[in-house]
Design a binder for this molecule. Structure first.
Ligand SMILES: NC(=O)c1ccc[n+]([C@@H]2O[C@H](COP(=O)([O-])OP(=O)(O)OC[C@H]3O[C@@H](n4cnc5c(N)ncnc54)[C@H](O)[C@@H]3O)[C@@H](O)[C@H]2O)c1
Length: 438
């Protein structure tokens, strides 16, 4: 089961339906949430809000009328459809907003929401450009508002288990992490179906373009497949690597890489996009480890969001539904080298007690890896849990781990990869400036 099918599973849908019914009964004592952007992800997030107790979605806005209609239905007709999201921000009864618009809108909407006194859950990537990070973090501090970014994987019980294992030292010294996101379908490559009723009458093109510097003529491809275009997205890096980096930072207690190199190519899905369909990156962290990130849209082995943490005492593989620890069997075996010496020296070598202690047929590797341990997924679905943390933060005023700093640094990895691809060079982080060097 993938994350997406889990969000459509009976338990999440049933909990969301119960939440929608509950919000009809009474709004007393409930947090009131507004939604800005109720597209594919926004409507999943609505279900996650409604699966949490004591919360109501009272207003929502989207730039395509069909989605606004469907989103209102999800609240059993309670949420008011609003054409201009600024009216949601002006509504004093609303405690917090969820922003699930395309990436080029995130900074503007977060800053306006803070200024209007709202707490914010914003989808990843937090930024469209690295320089936006400091501005958002500064505004969160100044206004005292809660900001949570939406890479929900780090809220899963599985990733919390993985963190516990890594932090216990069970893997020894971890010097390399490999993480991948591979797909091989048109929808995996963001060529989403366009609703048949989409037209200038149902799609608010001006609202979609918003802060994008270059004003383009009306385009349904751009509107519904915005990840393929540089005006709105950073492609694979900002869409998928951001999830990988958030998890790696969380599990390794790391902040941001000091050096990044990337290479990207568009091999197959030509004519539908400006961004690569194959992306590789190397990241080096001051905490003492390196990361390989890779993604292709031309083969799906390795699947959605898989990780391997490689340590001197063991490795930890993390998938969607399980974590597997495999211990290292490190044995010295110099037979092939010593075999080339004179027979006398070879015999002497194996008479040495120190050599006998470390190199003997008893210690030489066996076929099967022994002692591997599998931990299966349990607990709440990650998006429901992640949203639960945001709602809790509104009440307690204590931000969750994935705050503005975490969101900035995960998105910055993606921006560094893209800059390296574009300029064909090593990109460095300026720790004093908390931004890309140069
Ligand atoms: N955490 C995850 O696993 C995950 C998964 C998918 C998407 N996302 C993120 O969620 C965000 C949305 O992605 P999506 O897949 O839902 O895209 P989408 O195109 O399906 O939805 C975006 C919606 O924003 C609306 N919109 C655009 N401008 C607007 C405006 N000015 N006012 C109101 N609405 C406006 C559009 O009409 C559209 O319906 C992106 O930042 C994406 O990276 C996260």
């Amino acid at each position: 089961m993938t994350r997406r099918t889990f969000m459509q599973s009976t338990s999440v849908v049933a909990a969301a339906a119960a939440g929608a019914a509950q919000q009809q009964q009474s709004r007393n004592g409930k947090l009131q949430i507004g939604f800005i952007g109720t597209g594919a992800r926004g409507q999943e997030l609505m279900q996650a809000v409604l699966a949490n107790p004591n919360v109501a979605i009272t207003a929502l806005s989207d730039a395509y009328s069909g989605r606004m209609e469907r989103a209102v239905e999800r609240t059993a007709g309670v949420a008011k459809p609003i054409r201009d999201y600024k009216e949601i921000l002006a509504d004093k009864t609303i405690d917090g907003v969820v922003i699930a618009t395309p990436d080029h809108w995130h900074k503007t909407m977060i800053l306006e929401a803070f200024a209007a006194g709202k707490d914010v859950y914003c989808e990843k990537p937090m930024t469209y450009a690295s320089r936006e990070g400091a501005e958002i973090i500064g505004a969160a501090k100044k206004t005292g508002r809660v900001l949570q970014i939406g890479s929900q994987g780090m809220s899963s019980a599985l990733q919390h288990k993985a963190k516990e294992i890594i932090q216990s030292g069970k893997l020894g010294q971890i010097t390399l992490v490999r993480a991948a996101y591979n797909r091989n379908t048109a929808s995996g490559a963001w060529i989403y179906p366009i609703p048949p009723d989409a037209s200038p009458e149902t799609v608010n093109w001006e609202a979609f373009q918003g802060p994008s510097p270059l004003k383009r003529p009306f385009s349904l491809e751009r509107f519904f497949r915005w990840r393929c275009y540089n005006d709105y997205s950073g492609g694979i890096a900002t869409d998928l690597f951001v999830h990988l980096c958030t998890t790696i930072h969380f599990l390794m207690d790391a902040t941001v890489p000091s050096h990044v190199m990337g290479m990207g190519q568009l091999y197959r899905w030509k004519g539908s996009r400006e961004v690569p369909d194959t992306l590789n990156a190397m990241l080096q962290y001051p905490e003492g480890f390196a990361v390989n990130l890779s993604s292709t849209f031309n083969n799906q082995s390795g699947s959605e969001g898989s990780f391997v943490f490689l340590g001197t005492k063991g490795s930890l593989a993390i998938g969607f539904d399980k974590v597997v620890f495999t211990p290292e069997r490190t044995v010295e075996d110099n037979r092939w080298v010593v075999d080339s010496w004179s027979r006398t020296l070879e015999d002497k070598y194996y008479q040495d007690p120190q050599v006998r202690a470390t190199e003997s047929p008893n210690t030489w590797p066996q076929e099967a890896a022994e002692g591997s341990i599998t931990y299966l997924a349990e607990g709440q679905e990650s998006t429901v849990a992640h949203m639960g943390h945001y709602l809790e933060s509104i009440r307690t005023r204590k931000p969750y781990w994935e705050n503005g700093d975490a969101g900035h640094h995960a998105a910055a990895c993606a921006h560094m990869v893209n800059l390296s691809v574009r300029e064909k060079r090593l990109v460095e982080w300026d720790f004093a400036k908390d931004d890309i060097k140069g």
